[in-house]
Ligand binder design. Structure first.
Ligand SMILES: Cc1cc2nc3c(=O)[nH]c(=O)nc-3n(C[C@H](O)[C@H](O)[C@H](O)COP(=O)(O)OP(=O)(O)OC[C@H]3O[C@@H](n4cnc5c(N)ncnc54)[C@H](O)[C@@H]3O)c2cc1C
Length: 367
């Protein structure tokens, strides 16, 4: 049997939900197919929950553009819809004099991305803001914040369902193929075929496997870059987000606060051969974390670090390449009108989700 629907979105992470919501609010008939038995159980619930300012990314890149636009949309959305969030601000700390140039470089890059509110702080000013943090200078980002990612996804799903959208769980999409006026989509465990005019592959870690199973070419390589988090037992010594300067492959083991005031440290950068969320080498990792954290928080007691969780970045660049941009592959890449595939949507994908949704809807319309 074949069922017809106007648009299918594969994947109910924060990005798939934001896209599906935007399509449904624009009056389209939308079905989300999600493999798991709940929404947002993968990368969207294994991250730092930070609303990024848009500092580090190359100017003009999708990451820069959608982060800056997404941040503004997200703050507005959270305010309007009562999604829990807080604009608590972030400090990037230089612990050695030679890192001062890096801070200045971030400020220049941020300005080029349209983020012109960064302020370079002296050691004294840093000490006033965060007495426990040690550093010779810091960059203050007042527009960085935190958000309840589950609350955000719940709200996006609520909007989507109110606009007559349907989410179907336990529906792993096995493949798709182009047919007259659209796509035929096969879901594992059912003989039913679905046909849609528009198809969005927003399956996160599953997006490349799905594209391959559907005989798509011109695909990037997929890599799995895990990041471990330790939670801190005890009262947080900080009241803002505290970051070291960025490291290769990540933003450095930083201190983030959640909306309940719980402090955690992470994520590190751990390349894996396969997707798994195992917390590996707890004791060695705790020591490694402690060494790095003590560079900016010398009073840390390592015994307060408790293994919390692991998130895995869906990376499309290899270790020796510069970080790849988000890839939103439309017909100019694969030659099929009405198909959008999203690859490599790692950080700042949570911040950027509403802007990515705008971008996808615009591309589908002009396809
Ligand atoms: C360690 C870490 C820290 C991060 N920190 C931040 C941060 O602080 N701020 C920020 O802005 N961003 C952050 N990010 C990035 C952000 O979390 C992601 O960009 C975002 O969650 C990606 O959402 P998604 O919907 O694309 O993917 P996902 O959340 O992974 O959703 C994809 C969905 O597709 C489903 N799926 C897969 N295959 C199939 C299939 N064949 N059929 C049907 N369904 C399928 C999956 O089950 C899943 O639900 C971080 C990422 C990581 C890894």
């Amino acid at each position: 049997m074949t069922e017809k629907v106007e648009c299918i979105v594969v994947g109910a992470g924060v990005v798939g939900l934001a896209i599906a919501r935007a399509l449904a609010l624009n009056g389209h008939e939308v079905l989300i197919l999600e493999a798991e038995d709940g929404f947002g159980t993968q990368t969207s619930s294994r991250n730092s929950e930070i609303i990024h300012a848009g500092i580090y990314y190359p100017s003009g890149s999708l990451r820069a553009r959608t982060c800056v636009r997404g941040k503004a949309l997200l703050y507005d959305y959270c305010r309007q819809r009562g999604v829990d969030h807080q604009q608590i601000g972030k400090l990037i700390v230089a612990t050695q004099a030679q890192q001062l140039e890096l801070l200045k470089g971030y400020q220049v890059q941020a300005r080029a991305n349209g983020v012109d509110d960064l302020e370079l702080l002296s050691a004294q000013k840093l000490h006033q803001l965060e007495p426990e943090v040690s550093g010779c200078a810091a960059l203050w980002s007042p527009s960085t914040g935190i958000v309840d990612s589950h609350g955000l996804m719940l709200s996006l799903l609520g909007d989507f369902e109110q606009a007559a959208g349907t989410l179907v769980l336990r529906s792993p999409v096995r493949g798709f193929k182009p047919v007259a006026e659209g796509f035929e989509v096969t879901v594992a465990g059912t003989s039913m075929k679905l046909r849609s005019r528009w198809l969005v592959n927003s399956a996160g870690h599953g997006a490349l496997a799905l594209a391959k199973a559907s005989s798509m070419d011109h695909l990037p390589k997929s890599h799995y870059v895990a990041g471990h988090y330790f939670s801190y037992s005890g009262k947080s010594p900080f009241s803002h987000l505290v970051y070291p300067v960025a490291e290769t492959g990540g933003l450095g083991v930083h201190a983030t606060l959640d909306l309940g005031g719980q402090l955690k440290f992470g994520p590190d950068v751990d390349w894996r051969k396969q997707l798994n969320y195992t917390f590996e080498f707890e004791d060695i990792r705790r020591q490694r974390f402690a060494t790095r954290i003590r560079e900016y928080y010398p009073a840390l007691e390592a015994s307060r670090l408790q293994p919390a969780y692991v998130g895995v970045r869906p990376r499309i660049s290899s270790p020796n390449e510069p970080a790849a941009d988000f890839m939103i592959a439309a017909s100019e890449t694969h030659g099929m009108a009405g198909l959008i595939q999203l690859f490599g949507i790692e950080s700042p994908g949570l911040t950027a989700s509403l802007a990515i949704a705008e971008e996808v809807v615009a591309r589908l319309r002009t396809d």
